[in-house]
Design a protein around this ligand. Structure first.
Ligand code: NAP
Length: 309
């Protein structure tokens, strides 16, 4: 099955949905392909306090739903499918291959975002869903009155650790350095919370089961001393990687981390192909920036389609 549009958008997070809003309001026929949940990563965030227009904050899930409603109001089509490859060799007919069929368009906007990294330590895979989680907002309530660990020192780790303090009796943040990377506001909240503890200069070497998480083997990177830490759950927030595996055959230039290189108009080196949001090199990985980049990519795509011979 093949379907043709003027624009194909890959990814239904803030970047893709905003691009969809703009191209459909420009009366371009467009389809947005999303493999998981519309709204993307923000749907895992309990409360977003830095998206303008919501002075009291808004749940990430609700913001994703509102973006989806607004984007589809003007005729944007959406499809639940996983992209498996692209063929960008024909300037006027880009092909996006998915597990549900192929989609053709004159312009392509890639906004597939990023996914959480794993620790890649023993026990992580086998105990997934049995105490190992990458989403405190989704799984926090299972750990009422229990001790849990959060691995990482960035905004995600601290924000999600704070969510967990509402359920857990204690939240131990395990960070490989002796200072957090998270924003100052998050740090202030974390240090003021009596349920939070910090294990500095420490890395997790193993997650211990066997049937459910019982503890962690933690190594101090300065002394090399190993300690057993008893926890019932571990939440991993050690950064993200872009979802560009299907582009790695050389279809489009990527940086060493697999992120897409773009110019100021979100254009890539391939005419008619644009990228927006966390998938892009140097994107600051904020929902509001992703939305802005999605709008820019859409305006550039519209211009490309109008100006092509
Ligand atoms: P991040 O900023 O890349 O932080 C990742 C953290 O994990 C760092 O503290 C890093 O340590 C640590 N780490 C990386 N690899 C590790 C490993 N193998 N073992 C142990 N620790 C490891 O990722 P993020 O926190 O997911 O945030 C991603 C982006 O989204 C950031 O730009 C962030 O500001 C943004 N964000 C914003 C908000 C908000 O504004 N409310 C919320 C969430 C995320 P080092 O510090 O030593 O490198």
């Amino acid at each position: 099955m093949e379907q043709s549009f003027e624009v194909v958008i890959i990814g239904g997070g803030p970047a893709g949905l905003t691009a969809g809003l703009y191209v459909s309001r420009a009366r371009l026929s467009a389809v947005l392909i999303e493999k998981a949940i519309f709204g993307g990563q923000i749907t895992n965030t309990e409360r977003i306090e830095n998206y303008p227009g919501f002075p009291e904050g808004i749940s990430g899930f609700d913001l994703g739903q509102l973006m989806y409603e607004q984007a589809t109001k003007y005729g944007l089509e959406t499809v639940a499918a996983e992209v498996t490859g692209v063929d960008l060799s024909d300037r006027d007919r880009k092909v996006v291959r998915t597990d549900q069929g192929d989609y053709m368009a004159g312009a392509l906007i890639i906004a597939g975002g990023a996914q959480y990294n794993k620790l890649n330590v023993p026990g992580e895979e086998g105990l997934l869903g049995k105490g190992v989680s990458y989403c405190a907002t989704c799984d926090g309530a299972f750990f009422r009155d229990q001790v849990v660990a959060v691995v990482g020192g960035g905004d995600s780790a601290v924000e999600e650790a704070l969510v967990l303090t509402r359920f857990a009796s204690k939240v131990i943040v395990i960070h490989r350095r002796d200072e957090l990377r998270a924003s100052k506001l998050h740090q202030e909240r974390a240090f003021a919370n009596p349920k939070m503890e910090f294990l500095w200069d420490s890395v997790v070497e193993a997650i211990v089961g066997p049937d459910r998480v019982q503890g962690l083997v933690v190594r101090n990177v300065k002394t090399n001393q190993k300690t057993d830490v008893a926890v019932s759950g571990v939440f991993v927030y050690v950064g993200l990687h872009p979802q560009t595996d299907y582009l790695k055959g050389g279809a489009i230039p990527l940086d060493e981390d697999g992120r897409i290189l773009t110019g100021q108009g979100m254009e890539t080196e391939i005419p008619g192909v644009f990228a927006a949001g966390d998938i892009r090199k140097n994107s600051p990985r904020q929902a509001i920036v992703a939305a802005g980049e999605g709008a820019t990519a859409a305006i550039s795509a519209e211009r490309f389609l109008l100006e092509r011979p």
